[in-house]
Design a binder for this molecule. Structure first.
Ligand code: S3P
Length: 177
């Protein structure tokens, strides 16, 4: 079973993904870290030295070349589902979980955590909130194709593991909590 954690920057994909993996006894991988290992440089350096288009190519490639563990949780980048046919690929190869948070909460988290995020690093507070609102509205189109949509403020690893494990494949796409 491959579980893909998706959602906006700072929605808690890695934090919840790690807790889910440890609760269920599955492996955990972070897609940005895999990209950094593959490239031997940080995501910020990839953006500034080679540009976003190049980053999206590498991201797509990394997503398709994850280790072959039987059970694993992969925390994706905020943009991963929105480029190439990544969302379809993830829906075909695993369970997609969208961690949903509102703009205000994302703004609060990102104002303190924007420095290592190349898309946001130079923004002030007002610009940041407007940017999050605009980008989230665009990205939700992809995020909403997830098989499970989870409230990012309430998500709980044990409950999520249970849902993922026992949700029959034909019901996937309808689960929300
Ligand atoms: C991005 C999100 C980042 C990282 C890159 C681009 C995005 O990951 O992949 O900076 O386009 O939203 P996080 O969501 O883990 O911050």
């Amino acid at each position: 079973m491959v579980v893909y954690m998706i959602g906006f920057m700072a929605s808690g994909k890695s934090t919840l993904g790690k807790r889910l993996a440890s609760t269920a006894g599955w492996k955990f991988y972070d897609l940005d870290s895999r990209i950094e290992d593959m490239e031997g440089r940080t995501v910020a350096d990839i953006f500034s030295q080679s540009g976003e288009d190049y980053f999206r190519e590498v991201e797509t490639d990394a997503l398709r070349n994850m280790p072959d563990d039987k059970d694993m949780v992969i925390a994706c980048g905020g943009g991963t589902p929105c480029y190439k046919d990544n969302m379809d690929f993830m829906n075909k190869t695993g369970v997609t979980v969208y961690l949903k948070l509102d703009v205000a909460t994302l703004g609060q988290r990102l104002i303190n955590a924007r420095k290592n995020r190349p898309l946001l690093s130079d923004m002030g507070q007002d610009e940041l909130l407007q940017y999050i609102e605009g980008l989230l509205a665009i990205r939700e189109k992809w995020y909403r194709k997830s098989q499970l949509i989870v409230d990012g403020m309430k998500a709980e690893p044990g409950r999520l593991a249970e849902l993922i494990t026992y949700l029959p494949p034909y019901n996937r796409g309808q689960g929300q909590y």
